[in-house]
Design a binder for this molecule. Structure first.
Ligand code: NAP
Length: 327
């Protein structure tokens, strides 16, 4: 029977259990995929702890790559034997084999191996919608300054490279000099070690006192106030994560006081709700990877059954770039 990593209670990494689970035939609109690699994402931590609640028991994992074994009725864009990859709204990627909706599954181009596919879909599609679709009211032009927190992470290193390809000047934050150096090597225009430096003061300094047009903030609680303070008038704060904890409720009058600011709390899953849109975004991602403008860095690899170690490393800020789990 195929193995999967399941939780039966919310909690620490110790709740991740390797179990044998039967996998049936795909129903209408579904595919069965045999994974060659699965991606590790911070959302897996939120789902494990219960910050994001799903019914239990639950097989975690939102990103994977492998081969289609069978397709259900009505699935026209895939067939058995196809090499595929996905970022999915439905957990279940921490497994050898899974059945899932076909909507978010796309063909993996020949030049991209399975590990890279599993390392790039959720994080790369996120970088895509952030930089290409989550725009300030004045738009983004080459030369504009943006601030991207956790720039040496999985989403972060892809965003650094993609922003550079778009001509944006990305100021990144990261914990420690080695991470700052890594992000600079991947296209960040400037880096701030926010564990030692006041990032608001440094952003003001770097931008000649003006501030940035957009802040992309996945850190949440620890950076939210500072992120608002880094924006120029009419700027956009795009919140998209909670790695330090969720942002507490706040008074919207703050947005007026700081210069008619805009605030969004974005999620990939709105963007990839349809097959057409998913394919469009994936094509753009595959193009920047094929052109060499964006390289996917896999800095950590774990056997699927060692997933608890992978979660500990991610939560302890010991990872850079992407992490893959190998079934
Ligand atoms: N909304 C969406 O559509 C969407 C999609 C994908 C990802 N995300 C979010 O984007 C973020 C990045 O995801 P990822 O999977 O690529 O993870 P990651 O960036 O590789 O890892 C998270 C990073 O956050 C930073 N961080 C800051 N404070 C932290 C804390 N208290 N605890 C742990 N980490 C902290 C750490 O970098 P430093 O040491 O450099 O601070 C850490 O390495 C996550 O918040 C994730 O939830 C959102």
């Amino acid at each position: 029977m195929p193995r999967a990593i399941q939780i039966s209670a919310f909690g620490g990494p110790e709740v991740l259990q390797c179990v044998d689970l039967p996998v049936g035939e795909p129903g209408p609109g579904q595919v069965r995929i045999r994974h060659h690699a699965c991606g590790l994402n911070f959302i897996d931590v939120y789902q494990r702890t219960g910050l994001y609640q799903n019914p239990l028991p639950l097989v975690l994992g939102m990103e994977g790559a492998g081969i289609v074994e069978a397709v259900g009725e009505g699935v026209a864009h895939l067939q058995a034997g196809d090499r595929v990859a996905y970022a999915a709204g439905t957990p279940g990627a921490y497994s050898e084999v899974r059945v899932m909706p076909a909507t978010q599954v796309v063909q993996l181009p020949d030049g991209i191996d399975f590990e890279t596919g599993a390392a790039m879909m959720l994080k790369g599609l996120t970088a895509q919608y952030l930089l290409r679709k989550t725009l300030p009211v004045e738009g983004l032009q080459p030369g504009d300054w943006v601030l991207f927190h956790a720039a040496a992470g999985g989403v972060g290193l892809i965003a650094c490279q993609w922003a550079k390809a778009l001509g944006l000047r990305l100021i990144g934050t990261a914990g420690g000099p080695a991470k700052c150096q890594l992000a600079l090597q991947h296209g960040a225009a400037a880096m701030i070690d926010y564990t030692r430096e006041d990032f608001v003061a440094r952003v003001k300094d770097i931008t000649g006192g003006r501030g940035v047009k957009v802040v992309y903030d996945s850190v949440g609680r620890d950076t939210f106030d500072g992120s608002l303070a880094c924006l120029r008038p009419f700027g956009l704060l795009a919140c998209f994560g909670n790695s330090s904890g969720p942002v507490p409720p706040f008074a919207i009058g703050t947005l007026a006081a700081k210069g008619s600011l805009y605030l969004t709390r974005a999620t990939l899953f709105t963007h990839i709700a349809t097959r057409e849109r998913t394919q469009e975004m994936a094509d753009e991602l595959f193009d920047v990877v094929a052109s060499g403008e964006v390289k996917i860095r896999i800095d950590q690899r774990y056997a699927l059954e060692d997933v608890a170690e992978a979660h500990r490393a991610l939560e302890a800020r010991r990872t850079t770039g992407s992490t893959v789990l190998l079934p």
